[in-house]
Design a protein around this ligand. Structure first.
Ligand SMILES: NC(=O)c1ccc[n+]([C@@H]2O[C@H](COP(=O)([O-])OP(=O)(O)OC[C@H]3O[C@@H](n4cnc5c(N)ncnc54)[C@H](OP(=O)(O)O)[C@@H]3O)[C@@H](O)[C@H]2O)c1
Length: 333
């Protein structure tokens, strides 16, 4: 069993712990929270072996194989670096790091600790429906871009409207719509089409100085990908990938719950795999496969592919922020 530690005690960590349990590959060896009561409650609910209020202590004493980092975005870097230096693998929530400088430092640390694996928790590109999209795309005679939408009203925007500054909506925590939801369609574009040649971003700013929603364009040699995302309104618009006379349609570029293929005559084929009980289970199964057998040729290839996606997404998110004139305090460090 893989010994797992966790950082952050919000709902996403609960979903991850549930996914780890569903995979039957992990044992929950340590819970870290800043608050003893929170650590105890979370740990108790999940039968964790030990709870910590000191992150360094968890890394030093937990005998962990991997730590899952689901703190606010701006804290990922220091927490990830500390784990790598202790030869502990990391599963870092998206977006893993705030900018290229952080990502480069992480790559350097990984080079010095070659046994350590770094996974970015981009759940949707590990799902069976993502693989259905890949297969459907391979059958297209040509690709002419995509229109990707992921927009969900966030209850935390109520706090912004009331004058608050929740982490997810503040530059201090490397937050905003691009980082929080835009990252999903950006990941999809990078995984399916590769690195764009140029990008443009038109953010809609909110009172905190972060982007609440925005429109982005990724320019490729032969086509463009338009991305529409946000946390201050809702959209039920389909996302589409364009072939010649045929189209691949998705219910949402972040959830990938339904995938359809429509041919030139308008005939529709439902390519959707059965709904997942927990959207994080496929990634946790994938990560366990690499951690348990890192040298198997397929695992080496998959890990390298995910790493390249993560590096490219990090660069594209940064380029989009520059294009949209959005800076984070983390950029100055
Ligand atoms: N994959 C997905 O579907 C998904 C969904 C949601 C979020 N996420 C990602 O998960 C990460 C966490 O997001 P979130 O919305 O849960 O963030 P959050 O609520 O702002 O914080 C997450 C946890 O970090 C700790 N924390 C909060 N504020 C902190 C501070 N000022 N200093 C140190 N620790 C602090 C808290 O744990 P303690 O109080 O126990 O220390 C909290 O439970 C982000 O990277 C986000 O993008 C991913």
């Amino acid at each position: 069993m893989i010994r797992l530690g966790t950082v952050g005690t919000n709902w996403i960590t609960q979903q991850l712990v549930d996914a780890a349990a569903a995979s039957q590959q992990y044992e929950l060896a340590g819970i870290y929270s800043r608050e003893a009561a929170t650590a105890k409650a979370f740990g108790g609910r999940n039968h964790a072996q030990v709870n910590y209020t000191d992150y360094t202590q968890m890394l030093a004493q937990g005998d962990l194989d991997v730590v899952y980092i689901a703190s606010p975005n701006s804290l990922h870097f220091a927490q990830a670096l500390e784990a790598i230096k202790r030869d502990i693998s990391i599963i870092v929530e998206k977006p893993a790091f705030s900018n290229r400088r952080e990502m480069t430092a992480i790559q350097a640390a990984l080079a010095q600790h070659p046994k350590v694996k770094f996974f970015e928790a981009a759940r949707h590109v590990h799902t069976p429906n993502f693989h259905q999209i890949e297969r459907a795309m391979a059958g297209l005679p040509t690709v002419q871009g995509a229109n990707l939408t992921y927009m969900k009203y966030s209850s935390r925007y109520d706090q912004v409207l009331a004058g608050g500054r929740p982490n997810v909506f503040t530059p201090e925590f490397s937050g905003g719509a691009l980082q929080d939801l835009g990252v999903y369609p950006v990941y999809l574009a990078v995984a399916l089409f590769g690195q764009p040649e140029t990008v443009a971003y038109f953010p809609t700013l909110i009172a905190t100085g972060a982007d609440g929603k925005g429109l982005a364009v990724l320019r490729y040699a032969d086509f463009d990908v338009a991305i529409n995302f946000g946390k201050t309104s809702n959209s039920t618009a389909e996302s589409e990938i364009y072939g010649l006379k045929d189209t691949i349609a998705l219910d949402s570029a972040g959830e990938l719950t339904h995938v359809f293929f429509r041919d030139a005559t308008g005939q529709e084929q439902n390519l959707s795999e059965p709904a997942l009980d927990n959207p994080m289970t496929p990634e946790m199964v994938d990560f366990a496969r690499i951690l348990q057998d890192p040298d198997a040729p397929q695992n080496v290839a998959d890990y390298q592919r995910w790493l390249e996606w993560s590096l490219t997404v990090n660069q594209v998110l940064f380029d989009l922020r520059v294009a949209g004139n959005l800076r984070f305090p983390a950029d100055q460090n």
